[in-house]
Design a protein around this ligand. Structure first.
Ligand code: PHE
Length: 356
């Protein structure tokens, strides 16, 4: 603060008075800490107006020197104090503005993030795996791009077998219409051979994965589909073991009241072979559209491993025996959940996939 008397004296001085009034105006119109600094520099800086005036005092008469010195120094002190006070106020204002502008409203609800779900087929594969792991099986995998040897030859499938034809199998590199020996596996059975080549019996494995066939897509066919292969090799394995295992599987997968039936069939790599049906879970066996009125649904192919196959992998077919099976994952999903068209699984329409 500056006393009224002093202020009047300063005001009355032709030079100090001008500086005083201009400093007041500048202080009043300073709107942020930056302005305060400019005011300080223009009056009190090395070349500031008040500094210049105070430097000039030495050239005045002794009397004037004392008067102007006293008034000038008081004006300087007043200006320093005023700058500090207003500067503090503006800095506080600025901080409050920043804080208000950046305030987070923590009561605002977060943005909704939809949860994904596992694909139905992945979940069915996991369910199948769990059932067999519970019976002591382990899960193995093999390549989708296969050699003819594993997909056909070592599975006792002769060269003339219709499934080898170009219209059924996707061959990789077909030079001039001649089959290359590299193909997309048409089933998961080649994994049987790969595992047996590497592992001595006993063996209890399942092999889930993709398979490819030259099928035109329709409600029940897709050129890419999934299978779960099973293989058990041990001393004294019988057809009874195969039946018991698959019956247990069908009940766990489709429900305790399901019945299982075996129909004789042919596969080159099993003998005897059977297709396995479960009683229709939609109508309970009385016959409906899903089971085409038969009351039964075909879910897999199976059989006792052909001794010829054991020869290919160097197993002693006199000492051991085994069974194998292969099931279609899409087929099981269609039946279990009543999905009307296999293509829905691959269209990736979340409205459908999110339901399961
Ligand atoms: N690989 C056969 C198929 O894709 C299924 C099968 C597997 C049959 C194992 C018997 C034994 O049709």
């Amino acid at each position: 603060m500056i006393s009224r008397k002093l202020r009047e004296e300063i005001d009355a001085d032709p030079e100090l008075g001008v500086i005083y009034r201009e400093a007041q105006t500048a202080l009043e119109s300073a709107a942020d800490p930056g302005d305060i600094e400019s005011v300080r520099v223009s009056f009190l800086g090395r070349k500031g107006r008040l500094s210049a005036l105070l430097q000039g005092i030495k050239d005045l008469s002794p009397e004037e020197r004392r008067r102007v010195g006293r008034l000038g120094n008081n004006l300087k002190t007043w200006l320093e104090n005023s700058l500090e006070k207003k500067g503090d106020m503006l800095r506080r204002q600025e901080l409050e503005g920043t804080l208000a502008g950046e305030r987070l409203d923590i009561t605002l609800p977060g943005r909704y993030m939809p949860f994904g779900t596992r694909h139905l087929l992945s979940r069915i594969i996991e369910e199948i795996e769990d059932i067999f792991i519970g019976m002591g099986y382990r899960v193995v995998e093999g390549p989708e791009v296969e050699l003819d040897y594993y997909n056909f030859e070592a599975l006792n499938t002769p060269d003339w077998h219709p499934s080898k034809s170009l219209s059924d199998t996707f061959y990789v590199n077909v030079p001039d219409g001649e089959h290359s020996d590299v193909l997309l596996r048409t089933h998961t059975s080649p994994v049987q051979i790969r595992v047996m080549e590497k592992t001595p019996p006993p063996l209890y494995v399942i092999a889930p994965g993709k398979a490819y066939r030259h099928d035109v897509p329709d409600a029940t066919h897709s050129p890419m589909f999934h299978q779960v292969e099973g293989l058990a090799v041990d001393e004294g394995i019988t057809l009874g073991d195969l039946k018991g295992t698959l019956e247990h599987f069908a009940k766990r997968m489709f429900g305790d009241d399901r019945l299982v039936r075996f129909r004789p069939h042919f596969f080159p790599f099993t003998e005897p072979s059977a297709e396995v049906d479960v009683s229709c879970n939609i109508c309970g066996g009385t016959g409906c559209r899903v089971c085409s009125g038969t009351g039964w649904l075909e879910i897999l192919g199976s059989g006792m491993v052909d001794p010829n196959v054991f020869e290919y992998v160097g197993y002693d077919s006199e000492a051991i025996s085994g069974f194998a099976f292969g099931m279609g994952v899409e087929r099981i999903a269609l039946l279990k959940y009543g999905v009307p068209d296999i293509r829905y699984f691959f269209d990736n329409d979340l409205r459908l996939l999110g339901q399961y």
